[in-house]
Design a protein around this ligand. Structure first.
Ligand code: WT7
Length: 582
């Protein structure tokens, strides 16, 4: 039987207090995600239950119990405290998906500090922008990635502690500290920070169309949303073995790759090695995975490798599949039903800002392949007319996906950017503060995506309402790429847009004009690609560079990405009468 009995019933009887019942939570208990995911599971009698099954490159394998989680997160909390980190300080986690990433995440929260996880494939410029924005005080990293921190540390006066958690301590540079939690003395007791529902917990950076990435700030009470969606949508039960394929540098990897499963006391698996279809199937088989949360790009890549490969593995332990991050095409849903014992991927829609799932397919619900499903009970959703911003009443008409504010895991602000936060709400008064916006049930939080709703209430994704590029489920901001492109010695002007891709949905394509003295060539193209890969990340690296004599601009001189994108997607270029013809 599913954890959610029936969608209709759950909707009618809904209250977020149900999340407390699911966790067997009593008033007066400590609301601290770090402790709730470790100490509390031990207290309920599951200290020896496996919390984490970890595999890395080669045949590296580790297993940790909830008691290990408790002790090692205490270890990080204590160590950071001794380094002078205080509640509210931002502590960046910059490492591959190694066990210390998970221990330190919980440890930072136990200390009352704010965890700022960043994707380890980020280059030094991506890192610098985000550390500068958050005035980050400490960074936890590994030998492999510390070199990127060394490059930028002189530009970050507020970054006081550079902590390396793995590798050879003898190779550290001056000012760096080594801390290996597993060989350090075990910390049995730590006085956990008495957070309340509004204490900040996690700061996730996300890209927009204009300007540099913004930090979406979350709080400890996000746990109610994460726990209940994990229970009802991912359907986790005590004996499940769960695998979330996302990296905690992105919100899926924290909300559903750390918090949701562990606060429920579920055993979860982490695979820290690159993607190959056979490695993934092997991982499911070896660890008897039963619930699997992944992303459309991965599913399409598996699909490409064919049905015969799937047949070589015993995947009979799987019982429930879900997906997030980008549109899940109908073919991928149908294919999964064919190859995974009749199990279809359940699409879920949400964002860094929402902190937890918003529109979902539930176990037991009829899946309409290609649809994102229906709003989670307790979430009041609509699509708003593109012009009037009134809820659309006609089935099938496209509008902007919007939510009434006030759900527990909603972001509380953009770090130091309350004006941008405000701009996300339809109907907000000019001087409204983030807390007023978040509590005002008359407003709409607008997601920035377009969809339609069919006559039965199913949501169908149409596309983003802005120029942000979604590559393999990761958002990359065109502005960030363009700013980095024009730092290249050969480039005068640049525009970055998404270009269709069979597996990744979109990849980055750059249009550039060159400075006098530079000629287009394949070598230059490669050089530019590498330049972006190193500074930003492999995701942001253009897969193609087109040299232009000039870029399309408005009369006021603004580059028109919309025009370039429309050409790339073979769409009508729309009204170009305002484009300059100089
Ligand atoms: C954006 C949010 C939240 C998890 C990971 C991404 C796109 C997300 C779907 C879906 C179509 C989707 C939207 C959204 N997106 N889920 N099921 N179908 N598009 O978090 O990096 O904040 O990205 O990803 O465009 O706004 P994020």
């Amino acid at each position: 039987m599913s954890n959610i009995e029936s969608y209709e019933k759950a909707k009618n009887d809904f209250s977020w207090d149900i999340a407390r019942d699911v966790l067997n939570w009593k008033d007066g208990e400590l609301l601290n995600i770090g402790a709730m995911c470790s100490d509390r599971i031990c207290d309920r009698g599951d200290a020896d239950k496996t919390a984490l099954i970890w595999e890395g490159f080669g045949d590296r394998k580790e297993k940790y119990t909830f008691n290990d989680l408790r002790i090692y997160s205490n270890g990080f909390a204590q160590f950071l405290k001794a380094q002078g980190i205080e509640p509210g300080d931002r502590v960046c986690i910059f490492m591959d998906k190694i066990p210390s990433l998970y221990f330190s995440f919980l440890g930072i929260l136990k200390l009352g500090a704010i965890a700022q996880p960043l994707f380890s494939a980020f280059g030094d410029e991506s890192l610098e922008v985000r550390l500068a924005s958050a005035n980050t005080k400490a960074i936890l990293t590994t030998r492999k990635h510390v070199r990127k921190v060394r490059k930028i540390k002189d530009k970050l006066p507020e970054l006081k502690n550079i902590i390396v958690v793995e590798g050879d301590p003898a190779k550290l540079k001056e000012g760096e500290v080594f801390f290996d939690v597993e060989s350090a003395p075990k910390i049995e007791e730590f006085d956990v920070f008495k957070s309340d529902s509004e204490s900040p917990s996690v700061l996730h950076y996300t890209s927009g169309t204009t300007g540099q990435p913004k930090g979406a700030l979350h709080v400890h009470s996000s746990v109610w949303g994460q726990a209940l969606t994990t229970s009802w949508v991912l359907d986790l039960k005590d004996d499940d073995i769960y695998w979330c394929t996302a990296d905690p540098g992105w919100v899926t990897g924290t909300s559903y790759g750390i918090i949701g499963p562990w606060v429920l006391g579920t055993t979860q698996c982490v695979l820290d090695s690159g993607f190959t279809s056979s490695r993934w199937y092997q991982f499911i088989q070896d660890n008897k995975i039963s619930v699997w949360y992944s992303a459309p790009t991965a599913i399409r890549a598996l699909m490409k490798d064919g049905n015969e490969l799937v047949g070589k593995f015993d995947l009979s332990t799987l019982r429930h599949l879900a997906s997030v991050g980008e549109p899940l095409n109908a073919e991928a849903v149908i294919w999964s039903g064919e190859v995974f014992n009749g199990l279809q991927f359940h699409d879920t829609f949400w964002q860094t800002e929402t902190g937890a799932m918003m529109i979902t397919n539930f176990p037991g619900m009829e899946i309409r392949p290609g649809s994102m499903g229906m709003p989670f009970p307790g979430i009041s959703a609509s699509v708003l007319d593109l012009e009037s911003h009134e809820p659309v009443t006609e089935p099938g008409k496209v509008g902007l996906i919007a939510f009434r504010p006030g759900w527990p895991s909603m972001f509380r602000s953009y770090w130091k950017q309350p004006d941008i936060y405000r701009s996300k709400f339809v109907g907000a008064t000019e001087d409204a503060m983030p807390d007023e916006l978040r509590m005002n049930p008359e407003l709409w939080y607008v997601s920035g995506d377009r969809a339609s709703i069919d006559k039965d209430g199913y949501y169908w994704f149409v596309g983003r309402d802005d120029d942000v590029i979604n590559t393999g489920g990761h958002l990359v901001g065109p502005f960030e790429i363009e700013s980095a492109l024009v730092e290249h010695e050969a480039i005068a002007e640049a525009a970055a847009v998404g270009k269709p891709d069979e597996v990744n949905m979109e990849v980055v394509k750059a249009f550039v004009t060159l400075k006098p003295g530079y000629e287009p060539s394949d070598d230059l193209e490669l050089d530019i690609m590498n330049f972006i890969r190193k500074r930003l990340s492999p995701l942001a690296m253009p897969q193609e560079i087109e040299y232009m004599d000039r870029l399309p601009k408005t009369r006021s001189g603004k580059i028109v990405r919309r025009y370039l994108k429309a050409i790339e997607w073979g769409e009508d270029v729309g009204d170009i009468s305002s484009l300059s013809d100089e």
